[in-house]
Design a protein around this ligand. Structure first.
Ligand SMILES: *Cc1c(COP(=O)(O)O)cnc(C)c1O
Length: 251
């Protein structure tokens, strides 16, 4: 599949630059660089780009579309032990089985029914499926996710499902102009995260350790506001061409 390494020549320097941005932001926030995990968002990019990024030391990859992700997981089956696959895009109930069987993490749990199905369908004998509950922090009509008011109850319910391990919260804030409007939803997520952890603790349940927010354009701000996992696509792989996306086609 990776016929030619030349198309991926920019990957290692891009990854190094993103890691430098993460370390600088963590330092500025008085946090350890290791406190922030980089998730490389490989959606629309071929399996060869993923294996090239793995060669550059990147292990965690995010996919938006179930079919495309499953196709890449199959192509890279021989590297399965080294790779960690995260679903970060919308998940419909008719696709939960594939995800429960193939992925390591799901960040986009936006309904309890989806979490219940993932728990029922996660095969016994393998690690629990790691879960982030998605929050519609900007209250956008078009975005999925629980409202902030619903999130407490959602995390308590997910934490009790047997084949899942609740890890955190995920958000895709609405892009905003200017410093304060960009920071507000990220700060609100941090507050909600702490509030949910207090509720989990009061119920005798394990706390969450993951706040998944921040992308190519806003990872510094997200880290300043407490992100522990940033999801970065463009700054690593370059601009996306959506022609084959969602069809499981490797470009
Ligand atoms: C595509 C995507 C990203 C990465 O976005 P970039 O701006 O390319 O870094 C992160 N999170 C989600 C949910 C995405 O769909």
């Amino acid at each position: 599949m990776p016929q030619d390494t030349a198309p991926h020549a920019q990957l290692a320097p891009n990854l190094a630059e993103v890691r430098r941005r993460i370390a600088d932001a963590a330092k500025a926030a008085g946090r350890a660089p290791e406190a922030v995990t980089l998730l490389a968002v490989s959606k629309t990019f071929e399996a060869g780009a993923v294996s090239a990024a793995l060669d550059a030391g990147q292990r965690a990859f995010g996919e938006n579309y179930v079919q495309e992700g499953v196709a890449k997981i199959a192509t890279l089956a021989s590297l399965r032990e080294e790779l960690q696959w995260h679903l970060i895009g919308p998940l419909q109930s008719n696709k939960t089985r594939l995800v429960a069987e193939q992925f390591d993490w799901v960040h986009s749990v936006d309904r309890l029914r989806i979490a219940e199905r993932l728990s029922e369908q996660r095969p016994l004998g393998i690690a629990s499926l790691q879960i982030c509950v998605q929050v519609n922090i900007s209250g956008e009509e078009s975005k999925s996710g629980f409202t902030p008011q619903e999130t407490d109850a959602a995390v308590l319910a997910v934490a009790r499902l047997p084949q899942l391990r609740l890890r955190g919260l995920m958000a895709i804030p609405e892009p905003a102009e200017g410093e304060a409007p960009s920071r507000a939803p990220l700060a609100a997520m941090r507050k909600l995260f702490d509030q949910c952890n207090a509720a989990l603790s009061a119920a005798g349940l394990a706390p969450m350790d993951t706040l998944s927010m921040g992308m190519s354009a806003d990872l510094e701000t997200a880290i300043l506001e407490g992100a522990t996992m940033v999801r970065v696509g463009t700054a690593i792989f370059g601009a996306r061409d959506y022609a084959g996306a969602g069809k499981g086609l490797a470009r």
